[in-house]
Design a protein. Structure first.
Ligand code: ADP
Ligand code: GLC
Length: 537
């Protein structure tokens, strides 16, 4: 089956711009969906890194004013990705990551910057472009959360022409909450500021608006889908999510198994498969040497690749370090985030020389080497919508040691004796996420490591698990098609006669030139992390 055409709206997309798993998903899902006959075009802000990566960019539309400045829309490719890029220098031509200034402070106008992303998405959905009109819009996280709100308040004129919107929640801790005074600036009518509109505890809630108005809400694992409808897991949005439960589904993330393939990975010292997994020892030595650890092949080597935040339970790991080192194990840390955690790991490396090493920052190649050389990868998260590092770990034969929450519970089978005996175990799980239970998990992992036959069995099970997008892409494709049943959608949409683009009041667009009717075949650190229990005030 061919179609539908999906517009994926995202603040990050691998390999162009990435601060976390959102980018991985936004970059890999389009390729996996292509194999299901679903054509995905990704709408992304034109940050410098994105603009530099474009191939064959074509200016297809000009906005006289997009949130206070001139802007245009580019159609381009980057590798296998079909892109629409918002070239708006006043919003996106800045150093730093998508959300933060180089100093680490959020940009003061993030509310406007990402409202622009959603507004352009909604305009495209309503027929802004003569030769491209998506059948479905997939809006990722709060950055794109206003998309269905813009459509909702324009629908009076749009009638049934507005495409259905899927809001995909990657992390409920980041909600996009901005002052009510922005309403007019971002082009929403006063009537939108209501409890059944975009209003959220006296502010404007971008993610709230998305949940409120999306035709379908997805999140990135079945367990997280259930957790977020509870008071604790809902972080202030649990009641709304519960009321939308019929339209909420959890679809597990996958990983790009070509990017993450130990048999071909150019960033690792020795490539390997399950058949010659003993070659990992070479990568282990390389990791130990890179981090200045004792070159000890017998010491269990733990790794963590993570944003250094409360969510990720890195404080639990810092507390558990004496136990880890007493077990004769080693730890490498590759991550960045809260300054207090960065400093604490630096201190730990001084306290345990030769046993603990850390790199503060973001390095894709180092991430690959650690996956290929560490014996175990830690993910002691307090909550985890899905998590990708445990999936990469399994593929690379590193044993994931994870808390039993969200996607970590859905993807890892604990190495208890029954699961080992049945050759089902793929990692070590612990609950609840406390220092004691993490210490216990570290001890269990080290004991398993000292049993080479049991260890190898778990390692090979993990390597044999399917962490690809194959199954999940099928679920997304089926969901997109279900949303179109009964709609007067013309599929494929682009064979239909182009309709006149319509505009929102005040946008003042004029197409730069009528584009050719060519149709090409065919994702802080996020801002505003809200501490888990602190949200409902
Ligand atoms: P989250 O999106 O919550 O940060 P995920 O596990 O879903 O967590 O995704 C994190 C992604 O970022 C993974 O691809 C992981 O390998 C990568 N990553 C995290 N920290 C670093 C780092 N310091 N350097 C390189 N890659 C990193
Ligand atoms: C978020 C979540 C993570 C998930 C990723 C991609 O950042 O914290 O669990 O894997 O998004 O969906």
């Amino acid at each position: 089956m061919s179609g539908p055409d999906v517009l994926s709206v995202t603040a990050e997309i691998f390999p162009l711009i990435k601060t976390g798993g959102l980018a991985d998903v936004a970059g890999a899902l389009p390729l996996a969906l292509a194999k299901q006959g679903v054509r995905v075009t990704s709408l992304v802000p034109g940050y410098p890194a994105v603009m530099a990566a474009l191939e064959g960019a074509e200016r297809i539309h000009r906005f006289n004013s997009l949130m206070g400045g001139r802007a245009s829309l580019l159609r381009a490719r980057a590798g296998a990705l079909d892109l629409l890029v918002i070239d708006a220098p006043h919003l996106y031509d800045r150093p730093g990551n998508p959300y933060l200034q180089p100093s680490g402070k959020e940009w003061a106008d993030n509310g406007v910057r990402f409202a622009a992303l959603a507004k352009v998405a909604a305009e495209i959905g309503m027929g802004l472009l003569a030769d491209y009109r998506p059948d479905v819009i997939q809006a990722h996280d709060w950055h794109a959360g206003l998309t269905p709100a813009y459509l909702r308040y324009a629908r009076k004129d749009a009638g049934r022409r507005a495409p259905p919107v899927v809001l995909s929640i990657h992390n409920l801790a980041f909600q996009g909450r901005f002052p009510a005074r922005l309403l007019a600036k971002i082009g929403l009518p006063q009537e939108a500021f209501a409890i059944d509109g975009v209003e959220y505890y006296g502010d404007i809630g971008y993610l709230k608006a998305g949940i409120q108005f999306a035709d379908q809400v997805t999140t990135v694992s079945p367990s997280y889908a259930a957790e977020i409808t509870t008071e604790e897991g809902g972080m202030g949005l649990g009641g709304l999510l519960k009321s939308r439960a019929r339209h909420l589904v959890g679809i597990l993330n996958g990983i790009d198994t070509e990017v993450w393939n130990p048999a071909t990975d150019p960033d690792i010292k020795a490539q390997y498969t399950a058949e010659n997994v003993e070659l990992r020892a070479i990568n282990k030595l390389a990791v130990q040497s890179h981090f200045g650890l004792r070159p000890d092949s017998e010491a269990p080597l733990f790794g963590i690749l993570s944003r250094l935040t409360d969510q990720k339970g890195v404080d639990l790991l810092l507390d558990a370090l004496p136990v880890l080192c007493a077990e004769g194990a080693q730890l490498v840390v590759c991550g960045q985030g809260e300054a207090r955690y960065e400093a604490a790991f630096a201190e730990a490396a001084r306290t345990y020389p030769g046993l603990v090493g850390r790199f503060v920052g973001y390095r894709e190649d180092l991430a690959h080497l650690i996956q290929a050389g560490a014996d175990a990868i830690l993910a002691p998260s307090r909550f985890e919508p899905c998590g990708l590092t445990q999936l990469c770990a399994m593929r690379y034969g590193a044993i994931p040691v994870v808390s039993r929450t969200g996607g970590l519970s859905d993807t890892i089978i604990d190495a208890n004796s029954a699961a080992i005996a049945r050759s089902a175990a793929t990692g070590v799980q612990f609950a609840p996420p406390t220092r004691d239970m993490l210490e216990d998990a570290i001890r269990r992992t080290c004991a398993l490591y000292r049993d080479p036959i049991g260890w190898r069995r778990v390692q090979l099970n993990a390597m044999a698990s399917d962490s690809s997008w194959r199954v999940s892409a099928g679920e997304y494709a089926a969901m997109f098609r279900r949303l179109l049943v009964g709609r007067d959608v013309v599929m494929p949409a682009n064979d239909a006669a182009p309709e006149e683009p319509r505009s929102f009041a005040g946008y003042g667009e004029e197409p730069a030139r009528r584009p050719s009717r060519r149709r090409s075949p065919s994702r802080p650190l996020p801002t505003q992390e809200i501490p888990r229990a602190a949200e409902s005030a």
